[in-house]
Design a protein around this ligand. Structure first.
Ligand SMILES: *[C@@H]1O[C@H](CO)[C@@H](O)[C@H](O)[C@H]1NC(C)=O
Ligand SMILES: *[C@@H]1O[C@H](CO)[C@@H](O)[C@H](O)[C@H]1NC(C)=O
Ligand SMILES: *[C@@H]1O[C@H](CO)[C@@H](O)[C@H](O)[C@H]1NC(C)=O
Ligand SMILES: *[C@@H]1O[C@H](CO)[C@@H](O)[C@H](O)[C@H]1NC(C)=O
Ligand SMILES: *[C@@H]1O[C@H](CO)[C@@H](O)[C@H](O)[C@H]1NC(C)=O
Ligand SMILES: *[C@@H]1O[C@H](CO)[C@@H](O)[C@H](O)[C@H]1NC(C)=O
Ligand SMILES: *[C@@H]1O[C@H](CO)[C@@H](O)[C@H](O)[C@H]1NC(C)=O
Ligand SMILES: *[C@@H]1O[C@H](CO)[C@@H](O)[C@H](O)[C@H]1NC(C)=O
Length: 479
């Protein structure tokens, strides 16, 4: 291979990389609760510039899909009420064998007439015909990242907090577009014996923990777009929905599950209790989790037996871990004076959340054909490193070796302290200002106009070296 060719190629990579490598691609994390007080307090360390840029880019990107409402879907719930949330059980397929005139049935007739059978792990693609669940995931990310962007902006009003107000109004409050405060038709089975929501349904609204974090941040910073009137209306909605979560059969069944369903039910309900001001209720609910089902969720070696039994064990272990981490964060926020926190709660076999993550770090997701979800562990590692410390450097080393640019990820903002980050930020004029811009351009502003200009951070340089080395290795093989 000619050296000049090699040089030209690596120079191209360097230029491409330095122009692009500023914000991480959007990732929809399962569940989280960034401490609203911590974000609202401001005075963030300067090594967070990469995370801030990513948060603003994600706020813009999610905003481009909104607003969302259950009334936008093309199909009505069995109630006939357009305000009812609905989603279909993912693995259910119609079996129209033996049904008269099966060939001439319309889809809505099939949904009611044909028995549905379970094909575990095979998602029926028509599930996305009604995308209330995906809408709510996007809504919750839009509210969280726009709220943080509003705090970073530092002005009483901004396009970001206006976005939050619009999204909350549209999904929860407006007369035409509000959602009824229940999940009667969430993850429902279809067919003649179906038509009601299942205990798996409450999991659809786990994004409530992100929404609560965002709203509590706007309250704390006295954001003028989060008005008292809107706050009162939203609190009223949340109180009604809490009533449903504490009384409906599907919700009671979800709460009684010993696995991730039970864990994340607590994340959602505790977050809602914080929004409505029932702090004591939130604390006792989460303490009940850590002295209850948590006790049976982690073995002494860190294995999560309730999750490893599933078809996608690497995913489910990380999913439940994200719920455990969220519950620990919620408890620390709700009462920082407690002498026993979720972080040092132990299971019957003496394990903590940290034990579960340490174990997961030894698991190769490829052995269960889950290499495509390897990244689910990164935010869990960052959370554990920030909560328990990383004296030996093993968490930082794992993340650095994975080449996931964690210091440019949104979660790096609240997974602190954790070594790394944009150490060049101090030499940038004013990274918060440049990350957020003037606030004038609005939601269509593209992410690239807000990226850091000029020097690569130390981490990016490190990444770049690995990238070029990898590329040269590939070229070596090709030529
Ligand atoms: C589909 O329905 C037919 C008629 O009831 C039944 O014989 C068959 O076993 C069903 N198929 C499956 C996979 O359940
Ligand atoms: C949600 O966001 C994803 C990008 O992460 C996008 O592809 C999808 O269309 C959005 N869906 C809705 C309903 O907003
Ligand atoms: C919304 O509906 C309520 C009750 O149906 C009504 O009193 C109120 O005036 C409506 N508000 C708007 C803005 O239409
Ligand atoms: C548990 O965590 C709390 C809060 O971080 C701390 O004050 C306490 O000392 C810890 N207790 C034990 C037994 O580690
Ligand atoms: C990962 O791959 C599995 C098996 O092919 C698939 O079922 C799953 O949906 C994939 N997950 C993602 C997030 O792409
Ligand atoms: C990981 O990389 C970052 C950025 O280069 C560095 O600050 C941090 O110390 C590294 N962590 C470890 C444990 O090597
Ligand atoms: C950054 O912005 C803040 C607020 O506008 C200002 O007080 C501070 O002096 C700026 N810092 C630099 C280094 O320009
Ligand atoms: C980046 O910085 C260079 C030199 O400081 C400047 O010429 C260029 O216009 C800047 N680009 C952007 C997009 O701000």
């Amino acid at each position: 291979m000619l050296p000049s060719r090699l040089l030209r190629f690596s120079a191209t990579i360097v230029l491409f990389y330095s122009a692009q490598a500023t914000t991480n691609p959007f990732t929809q994390y399962a569940v989280d609760f960034p401490d609203p007080n911590r974000v609202a307090a401001g005075n963030l360390p300067t090594n967070l510039a990469g995370a801030e840029d990513t948060i603003v880019a994600w706020a813009d990107e999610m905003t481009s899909y909104g607003p969302w409402s259950v009334t936008f879907k093309p199909v009505l719930a069995p109630s006939g009420d357009k305000h009812d949330y609905m989603s279909w059980a993912p693995y259910q397929w119609p079996n129209c064998t033996g049904i008269p005139n099966a060939a001439s049935l319309t889809p809505p007739e099939i949904w009611k007439t044909c028995p549905y059978i379970n094909r575990d792990g095979q998602v029926n693609p028509d599930r996305t015909t009604i995308n209330d669940f995906q809408s709510f995931f996007n809504l919750s990310d839009a509210v969280l990242y726009n709220s943080i962007a509003a705090v970073l902006q530092g002005t009483p009003s901004s396009i970001y907090s206006q976005n939050v107000a619009k999204f909350i109004d549209t999904w929860f409050l407006n007369n035409d577009t509000f959602m009824n405060p229940n999940l009667n038709y969430a993850q429902m089975d279809r067919g003649p014996t179906g038509q009601m929501g299942a205990f798996t349904g409450p999991l659809d609204l786990r994004g409530m923990a992100k929404i609560a974090s965002g709203i509590l941040m706007l309250r704390k910073t006295k954001n003028s777009d989060w008005t008292d009137a809107r706050d009162a209306q939203f609190v009223a909605w949340c109180n009604n929905y809490i009533g449903w979560l504490q009384s409906a059969p599907q919700a009671k069944s979800a709460a009684a599950q010993l696995n991730n369903h039970g864990t994340i039910f607590v994340s959602q309900l505790a977050a809602l209790k914080l929004v409505v001001g029932d702090t004591n209720g939130a604390v006792s609910l989460i303490q009940g989790y850590f002295s209850g089902i948590f006790k049976g969720q982690i073995n002494s070696n860190g294995e999560q037996p309730k999750e490893s039994a599933r078809t996608r064990p690497y995913h489910y272990r990380n999913f439940n871990a994200a719920g455990m981490i969220t519950n620990a964060r919620l408890l620390s926020y709700a009462d920082s004076t407690l002498t026993t926190s979720g972080w040092n709660a132990t299971t019957q076999q003496g394990a903590t959340i940290q034990t579960a993550i340490d174990f997961l770090m030894t698991v190769n997701p490829a052995t269960t054909q889950e290499a495509n979800v390897t990244s689910e562990i990164y935010p869990n590692i960052a959370a554990v490193a920030s909560a328990y410390g990383d004296a030996s450097g093993k968490y930082g080393t794992f993340l650095n070796k994975s080449r996931f640019p964690y210091a440019d990820d949104a979660t790096f903002l609240w997974d602190q302290p954790l070594a790394g980050g944009d150490l060049a930020a101090e030499s940038e004029a004013n990274h918060t200002g440049s990350a957020v811009g003037s606030g004038a351009p609005g939601p269509t502003q593209s992410a690239t106009t807000k990226t850091k200009n000029g020097s690569l951070s130390r981490f990016e340089r490190l990444e770049l070296v690995g990238w070029v080395a990898g590329a040269l290795g590939v070229i070596g093989l090709l030529y």
